[in-house]
Design a protein around this ligand. Structure first.
Ligand SMILES: [Zn+2]
Ligand SMILES: [Zn+2]
Length: 194
């Protein structure tokens, strides 16, 4: 039986579950680098228990970002950015993508799913929904045709980050060493941010 990691407030996590959560948390934080405020997203590529590469959505290097000059809209889709998945593919060694797993923040568009499929990704985990994702209704068909495991996750981010912060209070953790714990508090956002 696999050894379980214990923390006081949550169910014991297997090492595999812990790794997935840490990687997902890392990808979620990475999405803050996205430069299109219609959706800031990111993708991480995992292979052989390691997070091999990241990408977030942003303009082609050296070109202006949506955050600086506004969106470039075509049929209600912003087409200024390269998507997080495509940038993750660019940023990751090809051999590490082959047979790997992608973690995507929000619903991948069909073009990105096709690129991941073409590079040999075997599993896609996506977290949260993006209703304006182009071609999303065909995702499951593509996954089936290419024998890719497709998993959608609905996450309460307060619980999620609380669990991660609590892990850092275990003996030897950075918060344990700092001598305090962090409490995540959920507060609704004002309308103008949404
Ligand atoms: Zn944009
Ligand atoms: Zn995409």
């Amino acid at each position: 039986m696999k050894k379980k990691l214990l923390n006081s407030r949550h169910k014991p996590l297997s090492r595999d579950d812990l790794r997935f959560k840490i990687f997902l948390g890392s990808v979620a934080l990475h999405s803050a680098l996205g430069t299109c405020d219609r959706l800031r997203t990111a993708c991480g590529i995992i292979n052989n228990k390691r997070l091999r590469g990241f990408g977030y959505n942003g303009s082609v290097s050296g070109l202006e970002h949506c955050d600086e000059v506004g969106h470039l809209l075509d049929n209600n889709h912003c087409i200024r950015t390269r998507h997080g998945e495509v940038n993750a593919i660019t940023n990751t060694d090809r051999k590490d993508i082959q047979g790997g797993q992608a973690i995507v923040i929000a619903t991948p568009c069909l073009d990105c799913a096709k690129d991941l499929a073409q590079e040999g990704i075997r599993r896609i985990d996506y977290v949260g929904k993006y209703d304006n994702s182009l071609g999303k209704d065909h995702l499951s068909m593509l996954a089936k045709q290419k024998n890719i495991e497709l998993h959608s996750h609905d996450i309460d981010w307060a619980d999620f980050f609380q669990e991660l912060f609590d892990l850092l209070t275990r003996k030897g953790g950075i918060l344990a060493n700092a001598g305090y714990r962090l409490n995540v508090k959920k507060e609704p956002l004002k309308k103008e941010v949404l």
